[in-house]
Design a protein around this ligand. Structure first.
Ligand SMILES: O=C(O)C1=C[C@@H](OP(=O)(O)O)[C@@H](O)[C@H](O)C1
Ligand SMILES: C=C(OP(=O)(O)O)C(=O)O
Length: 422
């Protein structure tokens, strides 16, 4: 499906959808526990892929209205009856690989064309080092991947520079291994806030992990009890709406945004630094952003990879130069997002240079164009925001990719007054 976005202004308020990262974790942690209820989960293609994967591994999961009810496997997943398809979701594949390593038998994971290109070598190596047998069927580190349990625990080291999801995955499942697990991080740890989200949720479930973020020590014989858990709003999803206000020079309020461990709340600091007015009422959970004249800044995206497409669009609308650095890992997402944003913003007339670790963008006028969504939700949503300020109309392919993380994206954008047609 193509979306056609025409130059328009956005005013008013919307509700941030529930956090994708918190929802995935609540489902997996709940599935490894006894009984839990998740309130206001994100129901999107990615989180439903996790529901299906956890069901295949033995959890009984009911999705009803705004609640997910889980009767978990209490640390002992079953061997699935069939292959698990993690579809487009890196989080599903990675978090469930370690869960499968607790089952006494083999699990086969696959995914869609994009997921089958994404790297997993460090996690495959870690699971083997912990006593499981794990391999990529093509020997490339990509799915299809076979995981044969049972992992026993032990002392390992893992590369921290490709995906924090490998570490989150081990942190969630190793408490059920026979022995204590010690994980040492090699090199720079990218996407660290996502590990903080994992640790926060593990703590809520009553688990214990000791860490200084160089080493993680996970005691054995633990149990999870998440009970009733309410998912907070998603700052990565909210970034599109607040960026829309900032670049169109209007005022938008996004509700359901309370303080949490989400690194992507940094979007508010970036907007402030660029010259927008930002007001966050942390009690009410409401963020109001009012656009003004934006100017370019330098952003280290190590901790906030999912903001990069949004930041590239902000840079294209800001006076002067915006530099996004330390973002090599953004190439390992649903698509190579550095390349994708450079290609498509160039198509819209933007002066943008792709660097090995980031983007250099000189702000200026944007013109409407026919641009590629690369079947990637974040590319589609950020290009749709760019379409609000470009001259004429911007046509974006693969618009249904929004169902991955923010199914109500275009409805919300229209509610704010954007001109969108399909
Ligand atoms: O753990 C998570 O929920 C996520 C971690 C990040 O991935 P990396 O750790 O691979 O950078 C992020 O990009 C992804 O959207 C969600
Ligand atoms: C990269 C993302 O998710 P995942 O890794 O779960 O596919 C994302 O949501 O931008």
């Amino acid at each position: 499906m193509n979306a056609k976005v025409s130059k328009s202004e956005v005013w008013g308020s919307v509700e941030a959808p529930p956090s994708k990262s918190y929802t995935h974790r609540a489902i997996v942690i709940g599935s490894l526990g006894k009984y839990s209820k998740i309130q206001k989960p994100l129901l999107s293609a990615d989180t439903l892929a996790t529901v299906d994967a956890c069901r295949a591994l033995g959890a009984e999961i009911k999705v009803e209205g705004e609640e997910i009810e889980i009767a978990g496997v209490i640390g002992k997943p079953k061997v699935p009856d069939n292959v698990i398809d993690a579809k487009n979701s890196g989080t599903t594949l990675r978090l469930c690989m370690s869960m499968a390593a607790l089952a006494d038998g083999a699990t086969v994971f696959t995914g869609d064309e994009s997921l089958r290109k994404r790297p997993n070598k460090p996690l495959i190596k870690a699971l083997n080092d912990l006593g499981a047998v794990c391999y990529s069927t093509r020997g490339t580190g990509t799915a299809p991947i076979v995981v044969h349990g049972v992992m026993e625990g032990g002392k390992i080291s893992i590369d921290g520079g490709i995906s924090s999801q490998f570490i989150s995955s081990l942190l969630i499942s190793c408490p059920f291994a026979k022995n204590e697990t010690r994980i040492e991080i090699e090199g720079e740890l990218k996407s660290r806030p996502y590990i903080e989200v994992t640790l926060e949720m593990l703590e809520k479930a009553g688990a214990q992990v000791a860490t200084n973020f160089k080493e993680f020590v996970i005691p054995t014989e633990q149990e999870y009890d998440l009970r009733s858990y309410r998912i907070p709003g998603d700052f990565s999803s909210a970034s599109y709406m607040v960026a829309a206000a900032a670049i169109t020079g209007t005022k938008v309020t996004v509700n359901n945004l309370f303080e949490s461990k989400q690194g992507d709340s940094a979007i508010l600091e970036y907007l402030l630094d660029m010259g927008a007015n930002v007001y966050w009422d942390t009690e009410k959970g409401s963020v109001t952003v009012e656009g003004g004249e934006l100017h370019g800044i330098e952003i280290d995206a190590s901790a906030t990879p999912d903001l990069v497409p949004t930041l590239a669009v902000l840079g294209a609308c800001a006076k002067g130069t915006t530099r996004i650095v330390n973002a090599e890992h953004v190439r390992f997402k649903e698509t190579d997002r550095l390349k994708a944003m450079a290609n498509e913003l160039k198509e819209m007339g933007v002066d943008i240079i792709e660097k090995p670790d980031g983007l250099v963008i000189k702000g200026g006028m944007m013109r409407g164009a026919h641009v590629e969504g690369y079947d990637d939700h974040r590319i589609v949503m950020s290009l749709a925001i760019a379409g609000l300020v470009a001259t004429g109309t911007t046509t974006i392919t693969d618009a249904d990719a929004i169902n991955i993380s923010y199914p109500g994206f275009f409805d919300d954008l229209k509610k704010l007054g954007a001109k969108v047609e399909f």
